[in-house]
Unconditional design. Sequence first.
Length: 749
Amino acid sequence: MKPNNWTESLARGCARRPWITVGVWIVAMAGAILAALNLLGGALVTEAEFTSSPESVVAFDMIQERLGTDETVLDQMIIVRSDTYTVDDAAFADKVNGLYTELVGLGTFVESAATYYMAGDPAMVSADRHATLIPFKMPIDSASEKMPEVYALGERQSGGGFEIFHTGNAGFMADSLALSESTMATGETIGISVALIVLAIVFGAVAAAVLPVLLGIAAIVVALGLTALVGQTMDLSFMITSMITMMGLAVGIDYSLFVLTRFREERARGLAKMDAIGAAGATASRAIFFSGITVMLALTGLVIFPLSIFISMGIGALLVVFASVLASMTLLPALIGIFGDKVNALRIPFIQRKRAPRPGDENRGFWAWTARTVTRSPVIFLVVTVAILGAAVIPFFDKNSGMSGISSVPDYLPSKQGYTVLQRDFHVGLDAPVTIVVSGDIADPATQSAMAGLQDRLAADPLFASVTAVPAGPDMTIIYARLAGDSMSVASMDGVKKIRAEYIPETFAGAPAQALVTGDSAFMVDYNQVTNAYTQVIFIMVLALSFVVLLLAFRSIVISATAIAMNLLSVGAAYGLIVLVFQKGFGADFFGFMKVDHIETWLPLFLFAVLFGLSMDYQVFLLSRVREHYKQHGDNAAAVSFGLRSTGRLITGAALIMVAVFWGFALGDMVMMQQMGFGLAVAVLIDSTLIRCIVVPATMKLLGKYNWYLPKWLEWIPNISLGEQRAPDVTGPAPVKISPVYPRLEQEE
């Protein structure tokens, strides 16, 4: 039999030369592991940088040009506190001096360390004189590796009436990376464990359950290797590894599940092994290809955003989705070609396996009942479901945007404990002040008066702990307003907005100079503004591209439009529930989540890009089976029932795997990962239940034959649609034998 499309040809080709295909993947994975081990660590950073030029970037560049600030080092400090002694006591001085000696003795990664006894700076002593600071700097490329040595030093020096605390950007970076790795390990463990259980239930065999997990891991490994290579040309956010792992487990396992299920289904119909592989390639692999394109097109919205964290996460997601599609279309057919019906080995007792189809099956089972129930009263079901999901969206309109700072990390981390002491005893936050660059005719009396007025305003504002002006040449002065709290807090960002909107316009009116605001807080304000500006553009681009892909896939403008509307509904509901849980606190304690003042600025746009792609997975697989039946029989109602019935168990299993993977990441202690994992899990759950079981069949029932409407003026588009290729006929001299309970395949060819 001749293959009827290129995805079938690819599947057959890989299955006929399985060891060559597997060998290529083994070489690729080995190279990826070497690249990841040797190159990936040095490519990851915790900072987020603009690729455009908002005010905070312009001002920062001015400082860099004038002062040459070293971006390769991070600030860190040790806090020495004693309830028994004060800094004036000899015992306190001995403790600090001994700690300093050991600190500088750790190695060259400790730079610019100083003590109060060396500098005599009263700002280094708390108001009650029971605590002092030892500030120092660490190279950014060694902070995560060397901070444990600094922490160990503090533990050795604690006791005898003294407590040692650590905080600063270096510690925050090291703790964040460690927390990210812990979250990733938790997500991997839970995701893989649940995936194996679900796959075992779906397939009823251990071998078939393990295979998709191995394919998901292979995709992750290859994606990490590719990421390491990309990281040699640009800095990547440390979040990229969590993104790759999470998406790889979710998408990689699901894609393999779809292909393997279709292969087993075709073998149960009586096809020879190679023909069954070809049939799976012609149907499931083809659907995966279109679904993967839709996911990747949606993710391009992240890559074009002018912020490094978006670009990094977009690159990671694109690479792992690409690797997952490639693995399911090449490596999986090759493995099936090697193992054949041995994929059904190690059958699990007491799990009912799918039996051979019998007359009347179309009216039996949960999914057939669901289709009948919903399509009897489609208007009622549609209105009620849409109303529920619409109500879930409402909290989103009260969203505060921001980025997790040190106040949002768990209290048990050393950097958070030190930060708490720093605020309590010294009434300052980390060394991340709001920085105002004044450039122009500095000597002019009007400029001098403006700077003095601005400093007075800042000093009177309780948000700022201290204000210092530093000359940076005859035409520039830098004003540092040290924050009393977390630079990433809503209050700090509101303070930047007030400086820009009120303090500077009121004090610099008529002065021959300009004042620009930078610093972490200003960066976040600009970040929010740029995000809002780009959101509409990216939404429109993703929706338009998805519409085109769906139009090509199903040759129907109605299907394309309704699929997009349904995905928007599930994404919007997820948005609202995130705000309800994390910002308003409803259910946060129950789930073990941290209540925070804001939702991550990047999260809505990120969720839109990821969820829009992932939701399309289920739509594509469901609708491809609906269209397959409709093209054969022309009965819309029967086609909807067939599509829901034939994909119900499969999509439910796939959705459970995704929910488990995402929820596993939400169970970590990093609040940004909690928000991301929760949002993804909830959206997939909504999409695979309310949308797929109620909204889709109700809508398709109401629209009837108009579901498949394509205007005549669009009939010129390429006929590459899904659901039109007839499954291959049975070939070979001997049919397979099917048991009455399960397709016990006795003969492969």
